[in-house]
Design a protein around this ligand. Structure first.
Ligand code: ZN
Length: 278
């Protein structure tokens, strides 16, 4: 984590700040599993070395116990003479909380649980070195009278650029993963939310054709609608986007292929998405 994203760091500081206002909580920290402290709001007597030792102990326990899924620890609680230390697993990091003895441990664990998603999101931004988080791209458009709309052909030019020339990777593959990453970040919880998003951002009109096998159709697709028959499907971004949506819904890996497209001579796009067993 050489270059820390300021937005994600501020958000993590804010999370700990709020957490520490909970009665009984004395301090908290978010630490990488190798012991590197990401953020820490602890009383002075809890020094970095102490945090490092505790996270190492936790790492060892986890490593040993996680060999069997049913005993992998979700949290480790150390009950001291004056303080309790609660260490919870949150994806690739741990949240460490120091509380006084009167604090209700169950309440603390519940709060930690409720913060997990936000902490994970921020840590992903930090570890993947994301320039600007997706939600901020959507919420921060200020272009005066020009508004939010851009002509669709500009999007298509970017979309169909020959990226292989510069990156060595097909645009098709890049666009597929780009779409997948985006929909996974957007975390739609049902098809209706996905439809609303499509409508709001004028990406096309989307329709579920069948649920088993999963077939989804898009009319007036932003990528291909009106383009000539080139003998190939064109909407890899959309395919990835739908695969990411299905992955979130089923919590399983998914693959999408485009079976109908303006690029194949059809007047709509249709995708078949299947779940892949890992
Ligand atoms: Zn298409």
């Amino acid at each position: 984590m050489a270059k820390m994203n300021k937005i994600a760091m501020n958000k993590l500081e804010e999370i700990l700040n709020e957490l520490n206002k909970t009665p009984g909580i004395i301090g908290s920290a978010i630490i990488k599993k190798d012991g590197e402290i990401i953020v820490k709001q602890m009383p002075k007597y809890v020094d970095d070395e102490f945090v490092d030792i505790l996270s190492t102990i936790h790492g060892c326990i986890e490593q040993v116990l996680s060999k069997s899924d049913d005993i992998a620890p979700k949290e480790v609680i150390i009950r001291g003479k004056y303080r309790n230390t609660i260490i919870t697993n949150i994806g690739d990091v741990i949240l460490m909380i120091i509380s006084d003895l009167k604090a209700n441990l169950n309440d603390i664990l519940k709060i930690a649980d409720s913060l997990a998603e936000d902490i994970k999101d921020c840590c992903n931004i930090l570890s993947e070195d994301v320039l600007i988080p997706t939600n901020l791209i959507f919420s921060n458009v200020e272009r005066g009278d020009l508004g939010r709309d851009v002509d669709v052909s500009i999007f298509r030019i970017l979309r169909f650029m020959n990226l292989r020339k510069y990156t060595g990777i097909d645009s098709e593959t890049l666009m597929y993963y780009f779409g997948k990453e985006l929909s996974k970040n957007l975390k739609f919880s049902n098809f209706e939310e996905l439809c609303k998003f499509y409508k709001k951002y004028k990406l096309g009109r989307i329709e579920m054709i069948s649920e088993n096998p999963i077939k989804i159709r898009i009319y007036d697709c932003i990528s291909c609608s009106g383009l000539p028959d080139v003998g190939k499907p064109l909407c890899h971004f959309e395919a990835g986007f739908l695969a990411g949506y299905i992955e979130n819904i089923y919590n399983k890996e998914a693959e999408a292929i485009e079976t109908h497209c303006w690029g194949l001579g059809d007047k709509f796009c249709q995708f078949e998405i299947r779940l892949v067993d890992k």
